[in-house]
Design a protein around this ligand. Structure first.
Ligand SMILES: [Zn+2]
Length: 448
């Protein structure tokens, strides 16, 4: 194995003259890792220890029946994807962690409690460690010693550099577990190579391709090498593992946006008015038709082809809507709706949800929710998988955007306002464009 440096953090940042990246380089390295969870238990109580690579302030939430408390860590990746620690104590059954959201990266730690027990929280190591105590505590759980790296990253280089696509190859002494993820602000692809240490420079500093503007590699943890490729604008990526010799091949490509066909589906219509607004005369079918028309016009202005399932106040059966997109061979399908609470709970909820069903649609749903809520400043209530006909039957990436709650007095008043509907349309357009720019590569990423 090649020489491994002992310093815990080596930054090999390659400054390229004349190429300016949109934000400070170090920011890209600051997505924390949730490294491990350890538990100590005795007859009097339980103590849970959560170890992070960087200080993070978690938000906590509670759910009764069954009693559950969860903590969300912003800008954090769970190191091994998921962590499960059965405790089987009278106070708590288990602790588990998973990646709640990929973009933005949010790690969620869930405590499955046996009842309504109070928790004592304490932080240590400048916020890198969170202790959670139940009962009188179960002692002091220790962090497991860091695993020793067994693989060295000999270096990397561009194997192919074009204006619309590029290929970067990292040479390893042996194959290692790797995690790839995409982040924006600035747009970048990140590879975390486990059990590894740096033994060579990240890349030849002369970038000649039209996609990347910086490449840097750091010893992020004592046994995690992080490679960050910063992009000039959104692009798709796919990772391949190659053996003999061991290499990681990262393919980048700019997605096609011009002449892509998007089907916009304003919900309801005709005899089906959809949800009723907070005031008389405000109907979902009218609001979503207006948003859909505005979105279609904006998309056409960007060279995207658009077909609307309805462009007037007509009734269209549900399955005809995705059927239309399937027959046309559309690239994307976007259904637009307004939400409402049931009778007795009217006006109690506001915010945006994006629904999807097929696996190829989940990243489109995430991009759409982020772009939409950035434009409208509505509360992002999450992306949810549901068996709705329109998103279930479409063969292409498809989402249903519940723009906002029309029965809520404030949000309903916004949805009645044409300038807000223009922002909703812009949100849909940004979601579509951002997804198309990132291309289809992500869906074929070959990961562990
Ligand atoms: Zn609806």
């Amino acid at each position: 194995m090649a020489f491994c440096r002992s310093s815990s953090r080596i930054v090999l940042s390659l400054v390229v003259l004349g190429l300016v990246c949109p934000a400070r380089a170090e920011e890209a390295d600051e997505v924390a890792l949730l490294k491990d969870i350890t538990v100590a238990a005795n007859a009097d109580g339980v103590t849970i220890r959560i170890d992070l690579s960087h200080p993070r302030e978690a938000t906590s939430h509670e759910l009764k029946s069954p009693h559950r408390v969860w903590f969300d860590f912003p800008d954090t990746q769970v190191r091994s994807g998921t962590i499960s620690r059965p405790v089987n104590h009278k106070l708590i059954k288990a602790v588990r962690a998973g990646q709640f959201s990929a973009e933005p990266p949010i790690a969620r730690v869930v405590l499955d409690l046996s009842g309504d027990h109070s928790l004592k929280l304490a932080r240590a190591d400048e916020g890198r460690v969170l202790f959670i105590g139940l009962g009188k505590g179960g002692g002091r759980p220790e962090e497991k010693p860091a695993r020793r790296p067994t693989v060295s990253v000999a270096g990397g280089e561009w194997a192919e550099e074009g204006d619309e696509s590029a290929r970067f190859v990292l040479r390893l002494s042996d194959m290692a577990p790797v995690r790839a993820f995409y982040l924006d602000d600035p747009e970048r692809v990140v590879l975390d190579i486990e059990q590894a240490c740096i033994a060579g420079p990240a890349a030849d500093p002369s970038l000649r391709n039209g996609l990347a503007c910086d490449v840097r590699m750091t010893q992020f943890e004592s046994d995690v090498v992080r490679l960050v490729i910063e992009l000039r604008s959104p692009a798709g990526f796919a990772l391949r593992k190659l053996l003999n010799p061991a290499r990681l091949e990262l393919r980048l490509a700019r997605g096609e946006t011009r002449n892509r066909l998007v089907v916009i589906d304003p919900g309801h219509g005709g005899k089906d008015a959809g949800a009723k607004g907070y005031k008389a005369g405000l109907l979902e079918k009218d609001v979503v038709l207006d948003i859909g028309r505005r979105a279609a016009e904006l998309l056409r202005g960007k060279g995207v082809r658009v077909v609307m399932t309805r462009d007037d106040d007509t009734f269209i059966p549900l399955s005809e809507r995705p059927g239309m997109a399937n027959n046309l061979g559309a690239h994307l399908f976007v259904s637009i709706h307004c939400n409402a609470m049931p009778e007795g709970k009217k006006g109690t909820r506001s915010g945006t949800e994006v629904y999807y069903h097929t696996p190829i649609s989940s990243s489109f749903a995430e991009v759409m929710l982020k772009e939409f809520t950035d434009c409208t400043e509505t509360t992002a209530r999450g992306t949810l998988s549901r068996r709705f006909v329109v998103v279930r039957e479409a063969l292409m990436p498809s989402v249903l955007v519940e723009t906002g709650y029309i029965d809520h007095p404030d949000e309903g008043a916004k949805l009645a306002d044409p300038s807000f509907r223009q922002r909703c349309a812009l949100g849909v357009v940004h979601g579509v464009m951002r997804y198309l720019e990132r291309g289809d590569l992500k869906s074929v990423a070959a990961l562990d």
